[in-house]
Design a protein around this ligand. Structure first.
Ligand code: 2P0
Length: 329
């Protein structure tokens, strides 16, 4: 076979209602329904080459991320699934994959780099193999690499139902043009405990886990209704409950998980003061110390200005962005 290559782009998926916990009996099958926004201002660009496997080196796939070779084990289930899809479709599944991926933002620090990373990888790999990338198939494949990646395949606002193998789009990126997320990076350091390990530890040891899972559908429904109404206060209030309950559950794990830094807490407290003055700004956080603020186009500059001195990197302001796409084939 000849070598074929494809370049793709994808953006991270920021959960407004959180995915935290996996069901057993599948790979990355979520225990909670998550609802998310795809962030235009952060981008992963990935090139995949499909080529004959090198002699004596099976499976022979190679992944570079921001110029560094990645541990093969993390990618094995993904490539196994990709080869299975290729087999079913009579595509050249005995080939090997060489991946070169770049993020224009800090990797593995709680900015959802694995979401955009696997969405871009699944898009480019399927397009390189078959010439096209059907979003349903891409979303299912991306999930094998990293759960939240199945949401990044779609633009705008997305839902990934508990128990589901893929995400769906709720509203596209034109639905709420004034919606903004301000990302406040308080550190550039990679997190100490991966989301995967953290989720499993929480499920296996936190006495609060069942309550978290039981409450999650109601919060996801509330977030979706707020999106439908473009009601920022309702959305921000529900998103805060979702992330704080997620962290409450993590704090109950053994050993406990605490991703926050003092600066994260400083920002959370200052945002409460801004809201008491009528500024619409509600925070959410993920498996890392960075704070993301849900606000609107008019107030985003004030949020940036308020926190600029506390940050390790400049704040990033983002609107809802498009789904993963093929750049060149
Ligand atoms: C989310 N996070 O909904 C949640 C909220 C972090 C906190 O999805 O094990 O990298 O690959 O399925 O998707 C981060 O976890 O975890 C995540 P895996 P993933 O965005």
């Amino acid at each position: 076979m000849e070598t074929r290559s494809c370049r793709s782009r994808a953006h991270p998926s920021l959960a407004l209602a959180k995915y935290w916990g996996k069901r057993t009996g599948g790979i990355n099958i979520p225990a909670t329904t998550s609802v998310a926004v795809t962030l235009e201002a952060l981008t992963t660009t990935t090139t995949v080459q499909v080529h004959p496997c090198p002699e004596g080196a099976r499976p022979g796939d190679r992944v570079m991320l921001d110029g560094e070779v990645q541990e093969a084990r993390r990618f094995r289930p993904f490539f196994e699934e990709l080869r299975a899809i290729a087999g079913v479709r009579s595509l050249p599944g005995d080939s090997c994959f060489t991946v070169d991926s770049m993020n224009d933002f800090p990797t593995a620090a709680g900015l959802a780099s694995s979401a955009s990373g696997f969405a871009a990888l699944a898009t480019a790999a399927l397009a390189a193999l078959s010439g096209t990338a059907n979003p349903e198939e891409v979303s299912r494949l991306a999930r094998i690499g990293s759960g939240s990646a199945c949401r990044s395949v779609y633009g705008g606002f997305t839902r990934w139902e508990a128990g589901s193998e893929r995400a769906v789009q709720v509203r596209d990126e034109t639905w709420w043009p004034d919606f903004r997320v301000v990302v406040l990076p308080v550190t550039v350091e990679a997190k100490a405990v991966t989301s995967r390990e953290g989720m499993n530890r929480t499920r296996d040891t936190s006495p609060f886990y069942d309550a978290w899972v039981g409450d999650a559908p109601r919060l996801a429904g509330e977030v979706e209704r707020a999106l439908e109404e473009r009601d920022l206060e309702r959305l921000g209030t529900a998103a805060r409950l979702s992330y704080l309950r997620m962290f409450a559950t993590m704090l109950g794990a053994e050993p406990p998980l605490l991703y926050w830094l003092p600066r994260s807490v400083e920002i959370i407290r200052e945002l409460a003061r801004l809201r008491s003055r009528g500024i619409p700004a509600w925070e959410t956080m993920d498996a890392g110390p960075q704070v993301k603020v849900l606000t609107d186009r008019i107030h985003a500059p004030l949020v940036v200005e308020t926190f600029s001195e506390l940050l390790s990197l400049p704040a990033i302001v983002s609107g809802p962005g498009p789904g993963a796409s093929v750049e060149s084939l």
